[in-house]
Write a protein that binds this ligand. Structure first.
Ligand code: AMP
Ligand code: GLY
Length: 425
C-alpha cells in the first residue's frame, strides 16, 4: 500500500524508518518531511490544515493509509475527515484526541473513573483561580487547559510564582489554550513514559521510556520539548506496568468508549511514580518526541501492520517485540534553545541511516539548502544508539556526536544519568 506520513520532526523520521521496513509498504510519502525522512519517503507539501487538500492528494497518489505524527492535526480532527472520505488512518478521532487537547477533559475522565492523578481545580476566570491558589498555598502546578506546545505548565514552588502564572494564562500568554486553566497539587516521585496501542476495543502495551525535559545538565533550567530519551525505563518494573494498565490505561479506554469516543492510535501516559503508586500526569495522543526515536530503534516487528490493526480493530491478535538492548537518544539543539536561536547554520558529518548499524541520526529540524544540510529549528538532530547496557548505549551516542561538525549546536552531556546510576548500584 501507499502511505502518507504527516509531520517533519525526529519522531516522524523514526516513524518513517520503521514504516519503510514494512513488507506491506509500496511507497511512502511524507508531508512536509525533512532531509532525513527523504531517505525513506517522497517529501511533499500538502497543507494539513486543509483536510480536503490532504484527501485529494491521497486519492491522486492512491494512498490508502495515513499516519499522523503530531498532536495538532489530531486535535483538529484530521482523522475524522480522512475516515469520512474512506481513507484508513492511524490516530485518534477529534473527540478521542481531547485526552491531549484538553487537560480538564482528562482530569474529569480521571475523576469519574477513579484513575489516580493529582488533585486539581478547574478555572475559567482569574479571581476564582487566585482564590484557590490562596486557599491551597504553594507548591502548586498551574496548567493552561489547551495545547501550548509543551510550554503551558508552571511548577510553582512559591505563592508569588503561582499567582503570576495564573495571571499570565488569563492575560493570554498561551492564547486560547490558556482561557481555562487547571491548578494541581505537586506530585513527587520519578517520571516515566508508558505507551500503548489501542484499537477502540483492546490495548497492546508497547514499551517504556524516560526523557529529559529540562535544558541543562542535572535536569536544571527551563523546560524544552525534550533534550534526550532512553528506552526501556529501568524504573518501570513489570509490576508497575501491570498496575499502570489496570489502574490507569484500561479505565481510560473504557471511559472513552463509554463517552462514545473510543480511542484508536497510540496513547502516551506521562506518569509520576509516587510512593502511593503510579499517578497520571498527562496523556498525549501521539508518540513522544524523542521517545519515539529510541522506541523505533528497539522495535523488532512491523510498525505499519500494528498501525493498520489499530484502525481495523484486530489488535487483539497482534503482539510486539523489542530489542532487550537499551536505546539512548541525545538531542542536538541550536545554541540559545529553548529561547531565541538562529536557523540556517551549516551542519557537516551527518550520514544517512544504515539499518544494520547500532547507531543512527534522526533529523528533527533540518533543511537542505544549496546542497548543504542546515539547522531549521530548535531541536535539530537526535543522535541515537543501541547498547547492551545503558552505559554502553550512552557511550555510543556520545561517540557518534563527536563525528558531527556543527559549532552552532549544543547537547546535554548526561542523558540517561538516572538509568546509569541505577545500573551502577
Ligand atoms: P505536562 O505538560 O502536563 O506533562 O507537564 C509538563 C511537565 O511538568 C511534566 O512532565 C512534569 O515534569 C511536570 N508536571 C506536570 N504536572 C505535575 C504535577 N502535578 N506534579 C509534578 N510535576 C508535574
Ligand atoms: N518528550 C515529550 C513529548 O513528546 O511530549
Amino acid at each position: 500500500m501507499n502511505v502518507l506520513l504527516i509531520g517533519s520532526g525526529g519522531r516522524e523520521h523514526a516513524l518513517a524508518y520503521a514504516i519503510s521496513a514494512s513488507p506491506r509498504l509500496t511507497k511512502l510519502f511524507a508531508s512536509p518531511g525533512n532531509p532525513g525522512i527523504a531517505q525513506f519517503a517522497d517529501c511533499v507539501s500538502v497543507d494539513v490544515l486543509n483536510h480536503d487538500a490532504v484527501i485529494v492528494f491521497c486519492k491522486l497518489q492512491n494512498i490508502t493509509f495515513v499516519v499522523v505524527g503530531p498532536e495538532a492535526p489530531l486535535v483538529d480532527g484530521l482523522i475524522d475527515s480522512l475516515n469520512k472520505a474512506g481513507i484508513a488512518c492511524f490516530g485518534p478521532s477529534k473527540a478521542a484526541a481531547r485526552l491531549e487537547g484538553s487537560k480538564n477533559f482528562t482530569k474529569t475522565l480521571c475523576a469519574r473513573n477513579d484513575i489516580p492523578t493529582a488533585a486539581y481545580g478547574h478555572f475559567t476566570n482569574v479571581q476564582d483561580a487566585l482564590a484557590y491558589v490562596d486557599l491551597k498555598g504553594a507548591p502548586l502546578v498551574i496548567k493552561a487547559d489547551g495545547l501550548a506546545a509543551g510550554k503551558g505548565v508552571t511548577i510553582a514552588m512559591e505563592l508569588a510564582t503561582a499567582n503570576a502564572a495564573v495571571k499570565d494564562c488569563f492575560d493570554g500568554a498561551f492564547g486560547d489554550a490558556g482561557t481555562e486553566i487547571i491548578i494541581e497539587e505537586l506530585l513527587v516521585g520519578e517520571e516515566a513514559s508508558f505507551f500503548v496501542l489501542a484499537d477502540g476495543i483492546s490495548a497492546l502495551p508497547l514499551t517504556t521510556a524516560q526523557d529529559h525535559k529540562q535544558v541543562g545538565e542535572g535536569d536544571t533550567g527551563p523546560n524544552t520539548g525534550g533534550m534526550g530519551a532512553y528506552s526501556p525505563a529501568p524504573v518501570m518494573t513489570d509490576e508497575l506496568i501491570n498496575t499502570t494498565m489496570e489502574s490507569i490505561i484500561y479505565p481510560t479506554l473504557k471511559g472513552m468508549t463509554a463517552l462514545g469516543a473510543p480511542f484508536k492510535g497510540v496513547l502516551y501516559a506521562g506518569l509520576m511514580l509516587t510512593k502511593n503508586g503510579p499517578q497520571l500526569i498527562e496523556y498525549n495522543v501521539r508518540f513522544g518526541d524523542p521517545e519515539c526515536q529510541v522506541m523505533m530503534k528497539r522495535l523488532k516487528g512491523d510498525m505499519l501492520e500494528l498501525m493498520i490493526s489499530c484502525h481495523k480493530g484486530d489488535l487483539e491478535t497482534k503482539s510486539v517485540n523489542w530489542s532487550t538492548d537499551t536505546a539512548v537518544s541525545v538531542v542536538m539543539a541550536a545554541n540559545g534553545y529553548p529561547a531565541k536561536y538562529n536557523k540556517g547554520t551549516v551542519i557537516r558529518g551527518v550520514s544517512a541511516i544504515d539499518r544494520e548499524a547500532d547507531t543512527c541520526i534522526f533529523h528533527a529540524g533540518t533543511k537542505m539548502k544549496n546542497g548543504q544540510l542546515q539547522a531549521n529549528g530548535g531541536r535539530v538532530l537526535n543522535v541515537t544508539a543501541l547498547g547492551e547496557t545503558v552505559t554502553e548505549a550512552q557511550k555510543a551516542a556520545y561517540a557518534l556526536i563527536e563525528t558531527i561538525d556543527w559549532p552552532e549546536g549544543f547537547y546535554r552531556k548526561d542523558i540517561a544519568w538516572r538509568a546509569i546510576e541505577r545500573e551502577n548500584r
